[in-house]
Design a protein around this ligand. Structure first.
Ligand SMILES: Nc1ncnc2c1ncn2[C@@H]1O[C@H](COP(=O)(O)OP(=O)(O)O)[C@@H](O)[C@H]1O
Ligand SMILES: [Mg+2]
Length: 300
């Protein structure tokens, strides 16, 4: 089965600045795809190209296996809902009035609108003016407007921007729930941790290029976590293993990036030199840690 979104060699140049370069996106159907990268790395430009809001300088876009071109654009855009930049609502109107406008514009049924509002859990807030909504509620209203026509693909550009921790948690839950119902959700963030566990597939962008694309498991498999050795003589153990990049870490010794064989070798070496070892541990890695490995410590 074809992917929800694929691109081949997608690129965008403004003047002589290549802001997106040679991008091969593969977004499987029905997943939450986390599109991560620092500010200015080209996330919004890429999403706008997917939505035909920005014309690519090179490459092509396929949606549900069909190439985006003049003859297919209308059809394919009909499969996509999006929230790009600020939520699209009129703040002097109520949530209900905004939804009604979207309904008329897109020629939607009452059922579609009601379902979308329920998915984002705004049904009890529809008679409030949008200016009195929290940022999280505004984002959810924007998502309801994008959802109402039941798109197969939802493209959300930094929907967690500016939300408080509770709002972020709510957004994560919503994205998961949408993917569980079969919607493909592509969501961007400049903060690695923000959609960390929500996304099952990740694309990591840096300066317009894809640094990594794949599942979380594939990403984590790429990195070798630090090994921590607990010993009664951390100073001596650190000195003995300094060549491996060891540093003292509290009462332990931290040795970066050791695989299983190297760990076994190092422990044998220390035991041989009569260092009393109490424990050997690997730390759980966060997405940030893995990313540091991936970029050779530069981070995002
Ligand atoms: N319309 C434009 N004209 C010129 N440069 C642009 C335009 N839009 C974006 N850029 C530049 O492209 C780069 C990527 O921007 P953007 O796609 O918004 O990144 P992100 O969404 O990851 O923060 C930035 O350097 C930005 O200044
Ligand atoms: Mg952006």
């Amino acid at each position: 089965m074809s992917e929800a979104i694929t691109t081949h060699g997608l690129g965008k140049t403004y003047g002589n600045q290549a802001v997106v370069q040679n991008l091969d996106l593969r977004v499987p159907r029905g997943c939450v795809y986390g599109f991560l990268g620092p500010n200015g790395s080209g996330k919004s430009t890429t999403m706008k190209m997917l939505l035909s809001l920005v014309r690519p300088t090179s490459g092509d876009v396929h949606i549900m296996g069909r190439q985006m071109q003049r003859s297919t654009r209308r059809d394919l855009l009909g499969e996509m809902g999006s929230l790009i930049e600020a939520p699209p609502a009129y703040v002097h109107l109520t949530g209900r009035e905004n939804m009604r406008l979207a309904q008329r514009l897109l020629d939607l049924g009452d059922g579609q609108v009601n379902r979308a509002v329920e998915v984002v859990r705004l049904q009890d807030h529809l008679d409030k003016r949008v200016r009195d909504y929290s940022l999280g509620m505004k984002q959810r209203l924007g998502i309801a407007m994008a959802l109402a026509r039941e798109p197969q693909i939802l493209i959300l550009d930094e929907p967690t921007n500016g939300l408080d921790p509770a709002g972020i948690e709510e957004m994560r839950r919503l994205l998961k729930q949408l993917a569980d119902r079969g919607t493909t959700v592509m969501v961007s963030s400049h903060l690695l941790g923000e959609i960390d566990r929500t996304a099952t597939v990740l694309g990591i962008l840096s300066e317009g290029r894809m640094l990594f694309q794949g599942t979380r498991e594939q990403l984590f498999a790429r990195s070798v976590p630090d090994v921590l050795i607990d010993t009664s003589d951390p100073d001596q153990a650190t000195a003995l293993t300094a060549r491996s990049g060891a540093v003292r870490d509290g009462d332990s010794v931290r040795i970066p990036g050791l695989d299983h064989a190297a760990t076994a070798h190092l422990v044998a070496y220390l035991v041989d030199r009569r260092v009393a070892i109490h424990g050997v541990r690997r730390e759980d890695q966060s997405l940030e840690d893995v990313f540091m490995d991936l970029t050779g410590g530069r981070g995002l």
